[in-house]
Design a protein around this ligand. Sequence first.
Ligand SMILES: Nc1ncnc2c1ncn2[C@@H]1O[C@H](COP(=O)(O)OP(=O)(O)OP(=O)(O)O)[C@@H](O)[C@H]1O
Length: 904
Amino acid sequence: MNQEKLADRLQAELKSKLKKKFQCVFEGIAKAGNSTLLNQIYTELYIIEGGTAEVNDEHEIRQIETASRKVDSLEITIEQEDIFKASTGRDQPIRTVLTKGVAGIGKTVLTQKYTLDWAEDKANQDIQFIFPFTFRELNVLKEEKFSLVELVHHFFTETKEAGICSFEDFQVVFIFDGLDECRLPLDFHKTKILTDPRKSTSVGVLLTNLIRGKLLPSARLWITTRPAAANQIRPQCVDLVTEIRGFTDPQKEEYFKKKFRDKKQAKMIISHIKTSRSLHIMCHIPIFCWITATVLEDVLKTREGGEMPKTLTEMYIHFLVVQAKVKNVKYDGGAETDPHWSPESRKMIESLGKLAFDQLQEGNLIFYESDLTECGIDIRAASVYSGVFTQIFKEERGLYQDKVYCFIHLSVQEFLAALHVHLTFIKSGVNVLEVPETTSEKFNSRNCSEMLVLFKSAVDKALQSPNGHLDLFLRFLLGLSLQTNQTLLRDLLTQTGSSSQTKQETVQYIKKKLSENLSTEKNINLFHCLNELNDRSLVEEIQQSLRSGRLSTDKLSPAQWSALVFILLSSESSEEGLDVFDLKKYSGSEEALLRMLPVVKASNKALLSGCNLSGRSCEALSSVLFLQSFNLKELILSDNDLQDSGVKLLSVGLKSQNCTLETLSLSGCLITEEGCTSLASALNSNPSHLRELDLSYNHPGDAGMKLLLAGLKDPHDGSLTVAGLCLFSPSDSCQLTINTNTLHTNLKLSDNNRKVARVPEVQSYPDHPDRFDVFPQLLCSNGLSGRCYWEVEWRGQVYISVSYRTITRKGDGDDCMFGNNDQSWNLRCYDDGPRSVGHNNKVTSISSSVSNKVAVYVDCPAGTLSFYTVSSHTLIHLHTFNTTFTEPVYPGFLVWSGSSVCLC
Ligand SMILES: Nc1ncnc2c1ncn2[C@@H]1O[C@H](COP(=O)(O)OP(=O)(O)OP(=O)(O)O)[C@@H](O)[C@H]1O
């Protein structure tokens, strides 16, 4: 048979083998007989290009609706079948792809789906052979010698039978899943170069050379890994890094719809998940979806509503309890209401915990019979165990038909390992983490509680691990120390432990570590730990790390940003802590804003002033305004060069019926008439909730002003729909001059006539008909008939006013005092801020924050007089008088004793 025909036949055989192998996924129920078809449950994942060869350590989620995703130009998404096809603009062919993703994000499932689609002739038919490997399988061959060809023959016997000994002439893809589980030495510096695929050597050397591109350079490679282990491969060896970000919100729903074919049940589960923000966020990780589905199916069956799990630890505890219950009911003939933990199941969890821990410490993820026996697991009963606790533990046929065992998912092993450490400590006071070489001098166990020593050593060990293999373990261990979590496990844990003081000291220890120079990945895991510990200062801690540059915003990968966002959103303190989102507290940059949009979305007030934002931010914010579930009431964008183009983009969102923004500040954003036009039309088309609009320090021009005013008029009664409109432009600022002829003799000028103070001594001013003789008042010489803006500072008690020139100057009647007649208007200011406004003897109280600086804006043609307090970068509207000015108005002041006023 010629080579081509042979290859075709082999391809058909390989496809048929891979189809069989991957058409079903093990979702923990294999033993129970209901294996699941991969095509039936497979839900599209959100995958992005994660930078070039620069491999950094990474983590968690992406939580943003599709609406905002499409405008997020920071990310290039990739379809599952196009993993070797990079975005345009790259001319080099892609040989090696490294796909990163956190635990349970769907790396294995993705590689399986890719292979299955190929085997079923659905995609990538240009590939002649796909050879999928897992590092788990390869680890077993650590001590053996193979050539590359022999290795392929070994795993894919049909290639050997077909007698194919050379793969150079074929389009071949090798998949290596789970680099984080790799126990083979991959030493890119020392390993000798090997180019001959027929030369026998250790598997580690084979892989190193394959990845280097020395061995079989024509083949393509796809390696998957948890982020923390990605750095085992030299960046130069990787052509494309991609990242699985899990499910987007619509994908989450799709998952549950596929999982629960009963539409009613699916709907109920989805709406239940949506009620808990953190649970909903967690479900971006497929394994959580699966665990959540398992837990909720049970929770909803047995109790109405109830508290939903909020943290990772809580979720896994629920999962364990559900398993115990299922075992009890299904296999032991118990009733749903019986205690879940029989002495046998308790014993089994203890044994499984010991196995999980011992093997995790060794870095082992598959075990042999001898490992089970060592942990007191009866080997004959092992298959029963795996049948019983199918969803925790599974039995596989390994190579050579040996029976091997592993946990249903690595995260379950990590959880049980933590449970083991916890249980052993509670029961016997033994700290199993304390092996002699790690007993650090730093801990003086006589001074700290024993438990604290345990936690500290766990933190240290996790930080020492180069591939992060104890990261999740640490999160679980700390999570288990919470009383609330121990209560959930009450029948399993006969005694509980850990005090709030231990918790506090653990938190302090973690914070100390956070202040050291750790990798981003470690930093983020420690944030997760604080979250598991329910620590309320977490948000502040994250802000500090970002602000100080300990977490450099330039170096954070998209996934790390998402992890921060996830922690911020799910942390307990976020309920109040994120009420006001102040970008500068994190990092005053556009990148930070774009990455933290989900936090903006969850906040009531977003302070984004002076952060170098551009149109990109406007576009993204606009998409947030479109969202239904959005809380934002105040958006402060002042002092960013957004320009007309930015405002146009923002206006798209302002038009949305979902937009319930009450305050918008665009002060000093370089907006001209064009920007005002789009803003006016947006505000006109949306029955807006907007109460305050600050457009000060822009250049709207007359036409822009008119448009805006028209756009903001109520169609029914013609009144302004926005109470606090601030429209002045830089050209409206006036330089006020005090008219010394009006000055009362107890008012003294200083600072080049910019400051007026009330003094007890009578000043020797000449008599003048314009001078106020009883009230300590003055007027400026500026007669205003257009638009004018000025700012004033004061001490003590003053009235800041405008008045017609005709106001009476002599005597102590109301016709003389600012605000007490129809000739004048005032704002009454006190030591603690403005308290009321007055006109024609009518005083109206206003609310204001503490302040001693106000701005006044008068628009004579429009008939408005507005007062604002001035606080950094923002004008906060106090009050607007609407009237018709019949003659020019003059700024003026009344200065009570011990007070002074200053023109800014
Ligand atoms: N695309 C998907 N559609 C439906 N379910 C999925 C998908 N991806 C993952 N899952 C579910 O999540 C579980 C975990 O996925 P998988 O084993 O692929 O994660 P992983 O990223 O390889 O994790 P680890 O790094 O811990 O090995 C699967 O068993 C399956 O139940």
